[in-house]
Structures are given as C-alpha cells and as structure tokens.
Design a protein around this ligand. Structure first.
Ligand code: AGP
Length: 638
C-alpha cells in the first residue's frame, strides 16, 4: 500500500525521492507527491493523481531542488485518488509537510476540533489532521516565533548540523504532543521549513526504516529504495521518532526519551530491485524460483540426523516435541501456502493442522488448548490482518512463529521466532516465488516434526533427497514457458476459468485461480476437482476452460474421471500432467507436461505453468502485470 521516502544530505533530494518512489510502486498506489525544502528555506510541494510519470511531468514543468525532502505514493483510503488528497499534506500556513502510511481512526473528532480552532482543511484525508495537529502544537509551544524569525533572517540551508550540539528538545516535545492525540496507525515522515536541516520519521504500527550512508540519511517504508544508496539501516519500533540531519541520527522513544539505536548492515545490491532484462518483475520472479528454492533450503537439511534444522525458532526441542496442534494463519497466496502445509504436515508428521484466514482468526475465539503453536505466514511481514491475528494468539499465551520473507518486518519482529524465506525482494504484486518458498519451508517443517515423532531415519533421508532435487524439477517446469504462452493466446478471450485439483493440488488450484484473477481480471474459481459436481459444473460450456492439475499419484484416476465429466459437457480442458502421460493426451485439449515429484512437493512444481498462464494471459489482454488495478503488494489496512 502507501509508500514513504525521505532524504537529508548534500545531494539533490529529488533524485532519491523519485527513484525511491519508483521502487515502492509495487506496493500499489493511485497518486504520488513530493515536498522539498529549497535552498532559500521554502517548502515546495508537487503532487499528482495517477502514476509517478504524471508527477515527473509536473516536476519538469515546475522544477524544484533542495537537499531535504519527503515523498509518498498513496493508495486511497479516505477520499478518492485526486491531486488534493495526494500526500504530502501541509499543516497550517506551511510550517510542516507530512507523508503518512496507516489510518487515523479518530480523525473525524480531531478534524472537528481543529476546524473550530480555525484550521481550514483542503483534503478528505485522515492525514491532514496530523499536519494541522503538528502545526497547532508548534504554535502552542511557542516555536512559531522561532520559525518566523529564522525564515525572516533568510538563514541558508544548514547541512551537517550536529544533533548533539543543537537543542531539538522543544521540537521533539511539540511533535510528540501532537502524536499522542492520534488513535490508529502511522508511519510518518515530515520536514519543517523552520528546521531545514532536520528530517523527522515516526512510527506506530506502520513500518519505517532509516537508511544510513556517509553524509546522508534516508527514510523509507521498506528497504527496497535504499539499494545503491544506503549500506546500513535502523529499524524504527513503535513509538519511536528518528531525527536525522545529513550527519547525525538520533532516536527518541515516547516514554524513554533518547534511546540507543541499533545499526544493521543492509545487504541489498542495486540490481536486486531491477527487472534484470525481463519485461516484468513477475516474470523475473517466476524464473528466479529454482534459485529462491535453493536459498530457502540452504543450511536447513541435516543429513546426519535426517531432518531439517532452523536457526530462529527460539523454542527448545522439548517445547517443539510437546506441540500437539498447529494453527496457520495468513491471507491470500500465503493462506494457500498454509493449506499446502496442512496437507504436508498432517501427512508426514501426523500432527493436526488448522489453517485460518487471519481476517477471521483475529475476531474469532476458537477454543485452543495448550500445546497449540501458531504460524503466521506472510511474504511482506506487514499484512494488517495477519499481524492482528498473531497478536491475538500471543495475548492468549500461545507460542507464535513467523514464516516470512521480508527481514526485519513487523511480523518477523513480533513473533517469538521464525523462519525466513530468503527469496529476495518480491516486487510483482502477484506473489510467485514467495509462494513456492513458503511451500518448501512448510515441507521442511513437516520433515522436522515428522522426525520428532514417528518418521524413520530412512524415510527422513528419502525426503531430504526429494527436496534436494526440487530446484532442478522447477527449472524443467519453467521450460513449458513457450507452450504455455501459446495456450494463453488461444484462451485469453475467455471470461471464466475453472481450476481443479485434488489433495495436495487443491490449494494449487486455488492459487492458480487467484493468480489469473489478480492480474488479468478474468473471473476464475479454484475447486477440489470432485466438488465441481456440486455446483460449478453448471458454469461449464465451450467458452469456459477448466485447468486440471493431475500429476501421477493416488488420486490421478479420480481426477481423470473429472476430466471426462467436463469433456462430456463440451468444456475445453487444459491439463497439467506428468511427463509422458498418454492417457490424458487422449482427453484434454491442451497438455502441459511437468516432471514427476513426490506428492508433498507437487504444488511447488505444478504451480509453475499456472503462474506462467496467468502472466501470458494478462500480457495478451494488455493488463499492467506488475501493478494490477486496485491491488496493493502489502495490505497494511484492515
Ligand atoms: C498474492 O498474489 C496477493 N497479492 C495477496 O493475496 C497476498 O498474498 C496477501 O495480501 C498476503 O500478503 P503477505 O504474504 O505479504 O502477508
């Protein structure tokens, strides 16, 4: 969803702000804006509804420059996507410019009070109350006179001011006094013309990261804008405020005052967030899967004990052995991975697993006995519902673990322990490599829990060998790309698709349908193959293709019978089947052959042609694959 960038240093802020906003585009947005304090200490704001290109066009017509500034991509919540509602928002008479991620729940009473004080609102956003509140607080603290004085004196922009020598305590107090009035969530960056050397960032429930480099500081809502700019980062925690000049960084906590901050190394090469020669991030990420899977299993296969090992679970072997039930919670694609995990863990480890939508679990009160372990599965680590469900389960005393891709994200930090996917940045809004890595990590967990209980050493070794072969099987599945593109061209005009699979491939069917829906805007339904007789079969006609997942395995014959049922009603069938399957060739209109793998790994291989099918259909229909309409990469509102 919304993205924040900020810069203070000695270079032109706009260069980083625009580059950074481009790197945050994947989060989903519908307007963009920047605010820069120029060399004369004047606040310059440019905003535009629509894509960043529109903002850039305005900046070409009305160039601005300065060494400190903030930028934002907005995903509309309060008020439509218009120029006026785009961030930054200006407080009062221009004392402060604010960009905001999150939602202010009590913005209506605050707005009424500020209006009564004489503030005139320009936008329909909740964010504007923050700008006016800060303005009002600066005035109440008597800091406005200082602001006027400094502006009147025409003070030149001061870079390199040392925070240790400057007294920013009154400014911090004034901003904090404004923030305590807010109920809801915020990641905020602000610049104030009266303090043209200081960039401020504050966080409550919406992530913000500070980037550190020689003679400059950055802020962003995730680390991707920092690639090639900052080599060190500081994660802000809730109730923390960062004050940055070009050369100094100070972190202040609402209750504890100034606190020591931990600087971590950022290992993000500049090309990590580039398309690398592919026309879209999604295609690049689909083709990265052999490597991302290798990264997910690296160092986690223990041949001596024929099991998996994880560094960050933070639970003793005894605690893990006493786990009686797993609850997995997630949204969207990550929820589909959870369903794959349910099949894997129940089959290999014989542990009962329940998979709950995070948006349901957070408000449900299911009876959960001691011995229940919660897994929150999330690519971004910032999904609002998943975070809320995790917190609810922690509150009830259950141990919580995260399966997460983004290092240092809120869910990764709040869970008791966890497993990182190491899939690298996933920029395409449609999740691909994160899904396969999640399924693989869950397979490793199935092996781990299986070996804690009944699985023999030999069985464990066999599973390890099957897992090690997986990246090469996925590479072979990617060789279907040209064939899948041809199939996509034949069926791209269809208005409805069915995706059907059974057992391990039932979640694959759900995920294949979601991929098509998200990026091509075609209605698609995923179903357990046999269930289609109970309703969806009514949809079948000559214009409704059914995509069948039917690798060899215990339910192959059953799925083949379902294919017959669709064909008998004139529906076209696209089958994803194992190499050399002659039977299916006699029935299906199209066959995509994938290599055979053990059933618990099938979703990781059989999803590959479905990702490619969705991609090529979306391209053929002229859709914006990486930035599909209405969607955001990380859904940080409820
Ligand atoms: C995936 O293609 C979707 N964009 C979406 O369903 C996503 O998986 C969901 O929002 C959960 O995100 P998370 O994994 O970052 O928590």
């Amino acid at each position: 969803m919304c993205g924040i960038v900020g810069y203070v240093g000695r270079s032109d802020a706009l260069e980083f702000l625009l580059r950074g906003l481009r790197r945050l585009e994947y989060r989903g947005y519908d307007s963009a804006g920047v605010a820069v304090i120029d060399a004369h200490g004047h606040l310059r704001v440019v905003k535009a509804a629509g894509r960043i290109e529109g903002l850039e066009e305005r900046l070409r017509a009305d160039p601005i420059s300065g060494c400190i500034g903030i930028g934002h991509t907005r995903w509309a919540t309060h008020g439509p996507a218009t120029d006026v509602n785009a961030h930054p928002h200006i407080g009062g008479n221009g004392l402060v410019a604010v960009v905001h991620n999150g939602v202010i729940d009590n913005y209506l009473p605050l707005r009424a009070r500020l209006e009564a004080e004489g503030y005139r609102f320009r936008s329909a956003t909740d964010t504007e109350v923050i700008a006016h509140l800060v303005d009002s607080s600066l005035r109440r603290h008597g800091l406005v006179r200082e602001a006027d004085h400094r502006e009147a004196a025409g003070e030149a922009l001061v870079t390199g001011l040392d925070l240790a020598k400057a007294d920013y305590a009154p400014l911090v107090r004034a901003v904090q006094e404004a923030l305590v009035q807010l109920q809801g969530t915020y990641g905020l960056a602000m610049v104030l013309p009266a303090w043209p050397e200081v960039l401020i960032a504050c966080r409550l429930g919406s992530p913000l990261i500070v980037g550190v480099s020689e003679g400059e500081h950055f802020v962003a809502s995730d680390a991707s804008p920092f690639a090639g700019y900052a080599d060190r980062i500081v994660y802000l925690a809730d109730h923390e405020m960062a004050l940055m000049t070009a050369d100094s960084l100070r972190v202040v906590h609402r209750d504890q005052g100034r606190i020591a901050h931990q600087v971590q190394v950022l290992d993000l090469p500049p090309d990590a967030v580039d398309r690398g020669g592919f026309p879209h991030f999604m295609l690049k990420e689909i083709f990265e899967q052999p490597e991302s899977l290798r990264n997910a299993m690296r160092g986690r296969l223990d041949r001596d004990a024929a099991t998996a090992r994880f560094g960050g679970l933070n639970l003793s072997a005894q605690q893990l052995a006493s786990v009686r039930r797993l609850v997995m919670t997630a949204c969207g694609t990550s929820w589909h991975a959870g369903l794959v995990g349910e099949y894997q863990i129940e089959t290999l480890a014989r542990l009962p697993v329940e998979v709950e939508y995070a948006s349901e679990l957070r408000y449900r009160n299911p009876p959960l006995e001691p011995g229940t372990l919660l897994f929150a599965i999330t690519q971004s680590g910032e999904t609002a519902d998943t975070l809320a469900a995790l917190r609810e389960m922690k509150r009830k005393g259950h141990p919580t673990l995260a399966i997460c891709n983004v290092v240092g994200s809120t869910i990764a930090q709040e869970a008791d322990g966890g497993i990182y996917l190491h899939a690298g940045p996933e920029v395409g809004v449609a999740s691909t490599k994160a899904f396969t890595s999640q399924c693989l990590v869950l397979a490793l967990l199935a092996l781990y829990f299986g070996r804690l209980h009944h699985l023999s050493f030999d069985a464990g070794m066999r599973i390890i060998e099957q897992i090690e072969e997986l990246p090469d099987k996925v590479r072979q599945a990617l060789e279907t790309n040209d064939l899948v593109r041809q199939i996509a061209l034949r069926y791209c005009e269809a208005n409805n698709f069915l995706y059907l699979g059974r057992q391990f491939n039932y979640p694959t069917a759900l995920e294949g349908a979601l991929k098509l829906k998200e990026i091509s805007y075609i209605h698609a339904e995923g179903y357990p193959a046999a269930e289609m007789k109970h309703g969806p079969i009514a949809l079948v006609d000559a214009h409704t293709p059914s995509v069948f997942l039917m690798p060899q395995g215990p339910v192959y014959d059953k799925v083949l019978a379902n294919v017959q049922e669709i064909k008998a009603r004139g529906g076209p069938v696209i089958a994803v089947a194992c190499q050399g399957d002659r039977q299916v060739r006699q029935l299906a209109d199209e066959v995509v052959e994938i290599p055979a793998v053990a059933d618990f790994l099938q979703p990781i291989v059989s999803i590959i042609p479905l990702q490619l099918l969705a991609y090529h259909i979306a391209v053929a229909r002229g859709c914006d694959v990486d930035k599909p309409r209405n969607l955001a990469k990380s859904v940080t509102v409820e």
